[in-house]
Ligand binder design. Sequence first.
Ligand code: 2IT
Length: 441
Amino acid sequence: MAKLQVKYPGENEYLQAVQEVLDSIEDVYNQHPEFEQAKIVERMVEPDRIFTFRVTWTDDRGEVQTNLGYRIQFNSAIGPYKGGLRFHRAVTPSMLKFLGFEQTFKNALTTLPMGGAKGGSDFDPAGKSNNEIMRFCQAFMYELWQCIGPDQDIPAGDVGVGGREIGYMYGMYKKLARQYNTGVLTGKGGTWGGSILRPEATGFGALYFVEHVLKHAGKDIKGCRVALSGFGNVAWGAAIKATELGAKVVAISGPDGVCEIPEGITKDMIDYMLVMRASNRNKVQDMADMFPGKAVFTEGKKAWSVKCDIALPCAFQNELSEDDAKELVANGTWCVCEVSNMGCQPGAIHYLQHNGILFAPGKAVNAGGVATSGLEMTQNAGHISWSGKEVDDKLHFIMQSIHEQCVKYGVQPDGSIDYVKGANIAGFMKVATAMLEQGII
Ligand code: 2IT
């Protein structure tokens, strides 16, 4: 860590993600001198390669705009590079390195053969028109297409990249590559190679994982109040499944504030989340304006100010601070599962774990998204499509298996589960063993 801090000063998200994993694996690593001898950790913390490129496009006023694009191929020990693309104004190499590093362990947990990658751009979708989004996606793919392929590197969505953006990028990829490689991107539309349930999968998988966490602790989700952050694709899927399982979603949030929904979110509201996302306005207040009296907007507040049993960060890294954790615990919250990648700050995780709160990290909880991307790749490779039930059954099985891996490596002397340790050690052991077996490369 000391070496990395000197080498990459200011890459705070990346250093934070690496620190968490190294803290978790220290004991196991020291029991395996063969890992040390092959310098597994020194190799694993560095991406295999980083592509950086200029993306120039023209906005609706005819003005020329330039953004930076990236693809970080992090680790290919257990399969081709796989991971999403993030379009957000704050994207930096540090952010994408943290995400690519996390993705490597997450993908290892899914049971499927996928390596880790991440990419994206500092392009800000907020306030952009549909045509601007299309032109940007086309310009981005014009640079990216030669770096990717169905057996090489398979991007998908992340913050700011959903089905619409994948569509525009896939259209451009096909035009450039002159190949109908459906398996080159995942999260595609249902009529052109997309998997049923991929849009819902991150949120659905997260709730299946929460069910396992609760069951293991002798609890039930029925009747629980759930606070979600964000209103994007991940929060949408989580809201559907939480409601279906008998919980009450009492909060969603946005960069502008929180919407409290005392009676629980309804189907109309869940559908409206999609309209809000497509508008690119990035304002959760729109929900309160659409459903007056049912959703109450408070400016500048987070979802963590709303009284709940279960808190699910579904938006962005470090969105839940130590102070937020204290507020949640004071309000009676007893379970926090990260659905966003690294949603909690280290101080928050420490506080939650020391107060006996059930806590599980993003790389376990949200792995259903990329796992279903893996299922989409399998369908594309076989030129077949599975039914919703087939995909859902497989997703259930995968989330159960991830929970079992966390229990195996995270069980504590008192019988409780340290899900952070469990997920990190399980992911590390799989990737490290594969690297060892493939020699010094
Ligand atoms: O963080 C993630 O796991 C994703 N954004 C999904 C990646 C994927 O390849 O489906």
